[in-house]
Design a protein around this ligand. Structure first.
Ligand code: B12
Ligand code: SF4
Ligand code: SF4
Length: 339
């Protein structure tokens, strides 16, 4: 029986860095403990992201998606933005859709790996695939899962997007899992505007503004809406307060440089026409919220901040053809009251 050759870990690392990843780490492809995911799902913390409950065997064991998987290559692209940059869009989504950057670079990495061994097989995943990316990143030494639920690297903070590649080859040296370094700090847990942490590191999506502003296409529960003030897509609060994000961190990858849509105010976003939205959102991760989702968020942001300057657009949208917009406009108008 022939034995598959072992890859040089240094060669794999060099290939990932040459493919323009900011961080790379290597972990053995052992199955994951199913308990944390099962508990999270059973508690209802996935809200209506029913896809999180599907294909659990695949999510928990690399060998189910890639027979013979031996190594997990954990990858990150950094997106730290200058402190002076103001936007109502979460930092990771201000520029070009990060999924494209990871896909392009994983393709380049795969090519380089095939040059090392033309017979190897890979499985690559970013975000929507059946892979628990933070857990692998922690195991591969990229950083630790903080109490804020995000992977934190001691040099780059948590301003990272992640992806993972499984390979059916062992490497000659693996990275040690990263130690958790939050200590006694609990700033993120206290700062969350909606009390979305069920426990340290465990997010109840139903209460999370990121979930509500991106994944929920319907109406957002009234008690959460005022927390949209200053936000129309995603939420960075539990990262903004983290001391690991306060040290001098180099500016992230150029593909995260903001696009014009992320510079608009909530009032300007609420006033967008559908064609204008399509043109501006094309190629951005925030297209996921869709036209009505983003306008709805903008109305909640206006109402949350009691933005009087936006009264005209709020009144215009009271007659919008989409029920979710009409209702959000009525809520925002009530918040503006006689101001
Ligand atoms: C579902 C999902 C969400 C959901 C749920 C969030 C969550 N924390 O699970 C929602 C929509 C709310 C969300 C929001 C965001 N997300 Co998201 N999301 C995902 C997705 C698709 C799956 C995550 C998952 O498996 N969740 C289920 C739970 C069970 O998994 P887990 O959190 O990894 O669970 C571990 C911890 O809870 C840990 N744990 C258990 N107990 C304890 C106790 C302590 C003390 C600690 C420290 C840990 C810990 O063990 C668990 C498993 O072993 C991943 C992509 C992917 N495929 O992995 C992106 C991902 C996690 N998201 C990402 C981002 C950027 C965000 C946002 C920052 C976006 C934004 N700015 O609005 C927010 C951050 C919210 C937050 N505080 O976590 C990045 C994270 C990058 C990073 N540095 O960590 C990912 C990896 C996408 C990517 N490819 O880059 N997300
Ligand atoms: S993203 Fe915002 S709402 Fe969600 S857990 Fe963090 S601070 Fe709370
Ligand atoms: S704010 Fe504190 S507790 Fe929260 S992730 Fe950062 S270091 Fe950990």
């Amino acid at each position: 029986m022939s034995v598959a050759p072992v890859l040089s870990s240094e060669a794999v690392r060099a290939a990932a860095l040459a493919a323009k990843f900011s961080l790379v780490g290597l972990a053995p492809a052992a199955p994951l403990d199913p308990a944390p995911l099962e508990r999270w799902l059973a508690a209802g913390y996935a809200a209506d992201m029913s896809w999180m409950a599907r294909r659990q065997p695949e999510r928990l064991d690399p060998a189910v998606v890639l027979p013979g998987a031996r190594t997990v290559i954990a990858l990150a692209i950094a997106y730290h933005r200058p402190a002076a940059e103001r936007a109502a869009v979460a930092r990771y989504a201000r520029g070009r859709d990060y999924h494209y950057a990871h896909r392009d670079r994983m393709r380049a990495l795969r090519k380089r790996l095939l040059a090392l061994d033309p017979t190897l097989e890979t499985y690559a995943s970013v975000d929507t695939g059946v892979v628990m990316e933070k857990v692998w990143a922690e195991r591969a030494g990229l950083g630790w899962i903080g109490k804020n639920g995000c992977l934190i690297n001691p040099k780059l903070g948590s301003w990272l997007t992640l992806s993972v590649m499984f390979v059916d080859r062992a490497v000659d040296a693996y990275d040690a899992p990263h130690q958790r370094r939050c200590g006694d700090c609990a700033l993120c847990l206290d700062a969350c505007p909606t009390d979305a942490f069920a426990a340290p590191g465990v997010v109840d999506s139903r209460r999370c503004i990121s979930y509500q502003s991106i994944e929920n296409q319907g109406s957002v529960p009234t008690e959460l809406r005022t927390s949209f003030a200053g936000r129309i897509f995603g939420c960075d609060v539990c990262q903004e307060v983290c001391p690991w994000n306060f040290r001098p961190i180099p500016e992230g990858d150029a593909r995260f440089a903001p696009r014009p849509l992320s510079a608009l105010s909530p009032a300007e976003v609420a006033a967008l026409g559908p064609d204008e939205f399509d043109r501006l959102a094309s190629g951005m991760a925030l297209a996921r919220a869709r036209y009505d989702g983003l306008r709805r968020n903008a109305l909640y942001a206006i109402g949350g901040a009691r933005d009087r300057g936006a009264r005209a657009v709020v009144e215009r949208l009271l007659d919008d053809s989409a029920p979710v917009i009409k209702e959000a406009a009525a809520w925002a108008k009530a918040r503006l009251g006689d101001l």
